[in-house]
Design a protein around this ligand. Sequence first.
Ligand SMILES: Nc1ncnc2c1ncn2[C@@H]1O[C@H](COP(=O)(O)OP(=O)(O)OP(=O)(O)O)[C@@H](O)[C@H]1O
Length: 217
Amino acid sequence: MLELRSITAGYTRNAPVVRDVSLTVAPGESVGLLGPSGCGKSTLARVAALLHRPDSGTLLLDGEPVRHWRHRAPRDRRTAFGVVFQQARLSADPRLPLTDLIAEPLRATGRGREVPDRIAQLAPVVGLTPDLLTRRPHEVSDGQLQRACLARALVLRPRLLVCDEMTAMLDASTAAALVAAVEDYRAATGAALLAVGHDRTLLERWCDRTVHWESLS
Ligand SMILES: Nc1ncnc2c1ncn2[C@@H]1O[C@H](COP(=O)(O)OP(=O)(O)OP(=O)(O)O)[C@@H](O)[C@H]1O
């Protein structure tokens, strides 16, 4: 469903951090992307999730080339992806109670009426109790906030999840709970997964196949 062909991307012209990288994620497949810190994994993950426009190369989604990234991408393409980042605090609006944080994508796509039902479905899936849902990010732990960020990523029922070091800041039991929540969602929906990280043991246990950064270009 997702094919990255010869992607070159970066933040300044003439100094790309991703050079000529190719990677495919088949429908329903889970792919682990392993590599050392700073090699460009997150940048590639952002390109894959349509959050960062590459300098060159082609991204095919369901065989169709993607021509627009970020807010210019058509809504049905943007909402095909659910993304979870490493640092929940950087990706969570500090003013919003967790329930509104999770509901953000529904409201942004004019589906606010679905909020109560989706919150009721997702809170137990990610292990958030009702008392936590009314708290703001500064009133919960990193692990609890990451649970909310995972629920937010799932709320529109994406066909592809991109988890960028989702568990890197978490203790082992929270990490295992979040991986289990992702796998339950994938088993129920057939969604695909691109999981980025540097923990070989975790990625090899979690994913159908794990590819090393150096083998991609
Ligand atoms: N917004 C940005 N502006 C400029 N340079 C950036 C930006 N984000 C990342 N970089 C640089 O791009 C390179 C690749 O970063 P990236 O975050 O993609 O690597 P990574 O493999 O995900 O690293 P880590 O495992 O440490 O998260 C690094 O040298 C980093 O300093």
